[in-house]
Write a protein that binds this ligand. Structure first.
Ligand SMILES: Nc1nc2c(c(=O)[nH]1)N[C@H]1C(S)=C(S)[C@@H](COP(=O)(O)OP(=O)(O)OC[C@H]3O[C@@H](n4cnc5c(=O)[nH]c(N)nc54)[C@H](O)[C@@H]3O)O[C@H]1N2
Ligand SMILES: Nc1nc2c(c(=O)[nH]1)N[C@H]1C(S)=C(S)[C@@H](COP(=O)(O)OP(=O)(O)OC[C@H]3O[C@@H](n4cnc5c(=O)[nH]c(N)nc54)[C@H](O)[C@@H]3O)O[C@H]1N2
Ligand code: SF4
Ligand SMILES: [Mo]
Length: 733
């Protein structure tokens, strides 16, 4: 069994400053002494990435000793390396250990330590001043979205602001909007039924390294059962190493690839004609549109042989409707990424896979299985009668208003259009790393009167903030109850496995504390139990019901809803090849393909992705994960390296149009497209408080000057790979 032993000085250091906070009420039935002496297992939820896997934490003497995947769940005990590194995070002194209030200039790194009361009083008084001068609408909030956002959205309502945003404009908004434009539903309203699938297609999706543990298990099980796997990527990955077909496309040409596949499926009548007749609107327009986009044409664009595309389309049709063409996840890449996802959904529809077992069946909510959903915190507060600062819902009518498009709100901070935005709470969000061109973003954020970062590790945004509030890690905080849709919908809850080592707080403690100070009485809860009880009221589930497995399933067995009589929530009521909603916003959802520019002489297209060992930018300073992977390297094709006189392992300086972004080692490999310079995201840290990560590798977001205003007009995501870079040999290691 692996166990992380904290340095003694860490614990002494942190516990010496531990604020008095009575947490005993959260552990009903245990005295502090009993807790210290006992060994127990706590069902909880991982928080090391946005997936939030169910976990089981072994606790001994009041400390988390071992984390594994919840054995009752689809994880069957498995966990990824990052989730297991939570204990190292909890014990790491190189993170904000108590509230900090800025005393120097923004970003200078001069702080004074504050008590929680002082920090929350400070924020509340600043928010009151901003509200008095500019109204509640001038407060912006952003987070990572996901199952706990109800409480956040309620708090933003309580502030009197419509400006709740999440990080999705730099992640999956293009997929969300693509799904909406084709089916009328959000992307999570369908399930990827990998376990019963016969042909999985991964396009811009590295499912075995950009991990969701349950999903990775399901894909491996499917492969074991003879499911076919095809991977479309610009480089080889662990996923492609398991594939029957691997297509290494020219970066940015996926739309061409998909159009050619549709061309074959329609031209050779390989689609499900009965399904199309029953459920699809606009098929004739699609047929006419794809006619010129033949595999021979696509070969010139993608570099994939025409015969291989044709053969692949035929194999796909053989498996229909047990087909999942993954529409992608991190698709904030190109100006046509929305269309890549859209055509993926269209192909799934042509295969009859949307709504089918082994394809993309409909996800069920509590209501769909005859149960009552959680009571929502947002319903405790009136919706502010204000337009959103990011223009979503009125200026940009095609986009979902729920989480908006956060970078448009940044424009409002700078311009004051449509109204001033003066305070910004970044909760579990690091936009200075997650958004392109941090220099420009810093200039925009500098127009704020108040910037607050709520975080469990140092981040570029925390460093630039006026107040830093340390959030407890997922091991030492509870969260509100969450609902997860799926074939078997469920409620799940994060429980506190141990008391925090640092003087940090759980989100409910922070939100209740601020609500109390701001007069948002509806959210000024005294305990997490009160919140859980409010949420569960009337559902027939009590908090004790989570003791058995950590989650409560709302159905006995997977429910596959028949879509025969189903009306899709689109303007036509059908799956739309031409989107009615987007057309109303003046946008063409079958736009002609535009060939991406080739990089200039000696240049590369910047390309990035995730690795199994790190989450975004916030784990590269984690002692355990840093040891496993301390820096990123630039992947370069041998022909390009030879032309530049670069050998594997050499150091190169990487330049954007604006200048140098730093020096990194090169990995020379034939398994990356010659036009791309690929690197793992999240490195290139420059904060003096992170001794391990400091100065290691290059930050891809620094290679995207002007990137905040380069975005997919139909999908809403920033287009992070629409940037070219050059390299210069900087030495030999
Ligand atoms: N250039 C470039 N930009 C990108 C990407 C890229 O590959 N390249 N990737 C994009 C993607 S896919 C996404 S999702 C966004 C991510 O952007 P973010 O959502 O900003 O990603 P994280 O680094 O996970 O940020 C979470 C921040 O919240 C803090 N935090 C506090 N509590 C918790 C907790 O309980 N759990 C976690 N996980 N964090 C906590 C972390 O310390 C960290 O500072 O960035 C996007 N931006
Ligand atoms: N280990 C780990 N797992 C994670 C995360 C993490 O940080 N670390 N983050 C979570 C989050 S927030 C997200 S959004 C998901 C992301 O999950 P994914 O979207 O699967 O992750 P990425 O690695 O960003 O991108 C997938 C692949 O797209 C490829 N790609 C780049 N450009 C192109 C192109 O032009 N065409 C094609 N076809 N492929 C291209 C990359 O080479 C990469 O292999 O992962 C989640 N899981
Ligand atoms: S994929 Fe890994 S890091 Fe993400 S929630 Fe699951 S176990 Fe945690
Ligand atoms: Mo993401």
């Amino acid at each position: 069994m692996w166990c992380y032993a904290p340095h003694d000085d860490v614990l002494r250091h942190a516990s010496g400053h531990h604020a008095p906070c009575d947490h005993s009420r959260h552990d009903v039935g245990h005295t502090a002494e009993e807790r210290m002496a006992e060994r127990r297992s706590v069902y909880s939820v991982c928080g090391m990435c946005s997936v939030r896997c169910p976990i089981m934490v072994d606790v001994e003497d009041g400390k988390a000793r071992w984390i594994q995947g919840n054995p009752h769940s689809a994880l069957k005990g498995a966990l990824c390396a990052r989730g297991a590194a939570g204990i190292a995070l909890e014990n790491d002194p190189e993170r904000p250990l108590r509230p900090l209030i800025r005393v120097g200039a923004r970003g200078e790194g001069k702080w004074r330590e504050a008590s929680w009361d002082e920090a929350l009083d400070h924020i509340a008084s600043r928010l009151k001043i901003v509200t008095a001068e500019h109204g509640g609408r001038s407060i912006l909030w952003s987070d990572r979205g996901g199952p706990f956002m109800d409480l956040h959205q309620a708090f933003v309502r309580g502030l009197g602001s419509p400006n709740y945003c999440n990080h999705d404009a730099s992640c999956a908004r293009n997929v969300q909007h693509a799904c909406r434009s084709v089916t009328g539903m959000g992307r999570k309203e369908v399930v990827y039924d990998f376990r019963n699938c016969k042909h999985i297609v991964l396009q811009t999706r590295n499912i075995l390294e950009a991990i969701n543990v349950g999903e990775a298990n399901a894909v491996l099980d499917a492969l074991g059962n003879g499911c076919r796997l095809s991977v479309i990527d610009i480089r080889a990955t662990v996923s492609s190493s398991k594939a029957h077909d691997f297509f290494m496309v020219r970066p940015g040409t996926d739309y061409a690839f998909n159009l050619a596949v549709i061309n074959v499926l329609i031209g050779e009548k390989l689609y499900d004609a009965a399904y199309v007749e029953r459920h699809v609107d606009g098929f004739d327009a699609l047929s006419t549109f794809v006619a010129p986009y033949t595999p021979a044409w696509a070969e010139g664009e993608t570099g994939i042989a025409a015969a291989a595309i044709t053969d692949f389309a035929r194999k796909l049709a053989e498996a229909a409707p047990h087909v999942v063409w993954h529409p992608g996840w991190m698709t904030a890449r190109y100006n046509d990424s929305f269309m890549v996802s859209r055509t993926a959904y269209i192909i799934n529809a042509l295969m009859g896979a949307i709504g089918a077992k082994g394809g993309l069946p409909l996800a069920n909510t509590a209501k769909d299985v005859g149960r009552k959903g959680l009571k929502k915190f947002v319903d405790l507060l009136p919706k502010p009668d204000e337009k959103r600062a990011d223009g979503v819902g009125w200026r940009h009518t095609q986009f979902d208003a729920g989480p908006g498009i956060v970078n448009f709100a940044y424009d409002a901070i700078e311009s004051g259009d449509p109204y001033p935005v003066k305070a910004y709470i970044c909760y579990r969000h690091d936009p200075l790393m997650a958004m392109p061109d941090p220099d420009t973003l810093r200039r925009k954020l500098d127009h704020l009167d108040l910037l607050v970062s709520v975080t469990f590790s140092w981040s570029d945004t925390a460093w630039f903030a006026d107040v830093v509030l340390p959030l407890s890690t997922y091991l030492s905080r509870e969260s509100v109850v969450a609902h997860k849709g799926g074939l078997k919908p469920q409620f799940f809850v994060r429980k506190r496995a141990m008391q925090p080592v640092a003087d940090s707080r759980a989100e409910w403690e922070i939100i209740s504390g601020l609500s109390r100070r701001l007069g948002i009485d509806a959210l000024a809860f005294d305990s997490i139990e009160d919140m859980w009880n409010y949420q569960l009221d009337g559902t027939g589930v009590s908090i004790a019901d989570f003791d058995a497995k950590g989650f409560v399933e709302l159905a006995d067995k997977p429910l596959y809803r028949d879509i025969e009589g189903f009306t899709f929530p689109t303007p036509s009521g059908k799956i739309e090849m031409v989107s009615g909603k987007w057309a109303k916003a003046g946008l063409d959802t079958l736009p002609p393909y535009v060939s991406p520019a080739h990089p200039p002489q000696d240049g590369f297209r910047v390309a990035f992705g995730r690795c199994a060992l790190h989450t975004q930018g916030h784990t590269v300073n984690n002692p355990l994960l840093h040891e496993q992977m301390p820096e990123n390297t630039a992947w370069m094709h041998p022909t390009r390296a030879a032309a530049l006189g670069i050998a594997c392992g050499d150091l190169v300086e990487v330049f954007s149009a604006r200048g140098s972004a730093g020096i990194m080692p090169v990995t020379v490999t034939p398994y990356v497209h010659p036009e791309a310079l690929f690197m793992i995201h999240g490195f290139g840290h420059r904060l003096p408080v992170e001794s391990r990560a400091y100065g290691r590798g290059v930050a891809d977001q620094d290679l995207m000057p002007g990137g905040l205003s380069v975005y997919d007009k139909s999908g809403g995501c920033v287009s992070l790979q629409e940037h070219f870079v050059t390299v210069r040999k900087a030495g030999v290691r």
